[in-house]
Design a protein around this ligand. Structure first.
Ligand SMILES: [Ca+2]
Length: 192
């Protein structure tokens, strides 16, 4: 009787272990403060960071029905005047080195007749042990043309090809010519 049961028990254990290891991934930057624009455009002062800090890790995203006109408490914007493209990034420092698996970013787009805002064209994730020497671990290229960017917020999930250990994580946004703003309202770094 025991022999018949054992494979079932082993299978159950395997499922439980798989399920536990999946659950072990947590958002390592929840509630964490961060450094803005390490080597890109400064954040747009019309969308103050300090007043609502840390708005990118507060677990809040732009509520349904809100836009960039009313979304100051939620959205952060990188801005370069003109429509020559724009870039900017955020650096997180964890209390200790962790295994990084995935980065999720919530970005905003709005298509209008006169002037449109788009999701970033590229999101680059880099990791560092000391905040000085960086290793780029994944580069996400937006698969959608700008005409296809959905109005409102959108979660982009960026899995690392392989988990990487690091204490500092940089998430850098780039938009090519034709736009002047990148709107972001939340960043998650999943790891353990
Ligand atoms: Ca937020």
């Amino acid at each position: 009787m025991l022999r018949k049961v054992t494979p079932v028990v082993v299978l159950l254990l395997a499922v439980m272990v798989a399920s536990v290891s999946a659950q072990e991934l947590t958002n390592l930057v929840a509630g964490l403060s961060y450094t803005v624009s390490p080597h890109g455009e400064p954040f747009y002062e019309n969308f103050p960071e300090s007043k609502y800090a840390p708005k990118l890790t507060d677990g809040e995203t732009l509520p349904q029905g809100q836009t960039h006109n009313t979304g100051y408490p939620w959205l952060m914007a990188f801005r370069r005047p003109g429509t020559v493209g724009v870039d900017g990034g955020v650096i997180f420092e964890l209390a200790e080195a962790k295994e990084i698996h995935q980065v999720n970013v919530s970005v905003y787009a709005n298509k209008m007749a006169a002037y449109s805002f788009y999701n970033p064209d590229i999101v680059t994730v880099s990791v560092s042990d000391d905040g000085e020497e960086w290793a780029e671990v994944v580069k996400w290229n937006n698969p959608l043309s700008r005409d296809e960017h959905p109005t409102g917020i959108r979660w982009v999930e960026i899995a690392l090809p392989n988990p990487v250990k690091g204490q500092f994580i940089q998430v850098f946004f780039t938009s090519h010519t034709g736009t002047s703003l990148i709107f972001v309202d939340e960043i998650e770094v999943l790891g353990r």
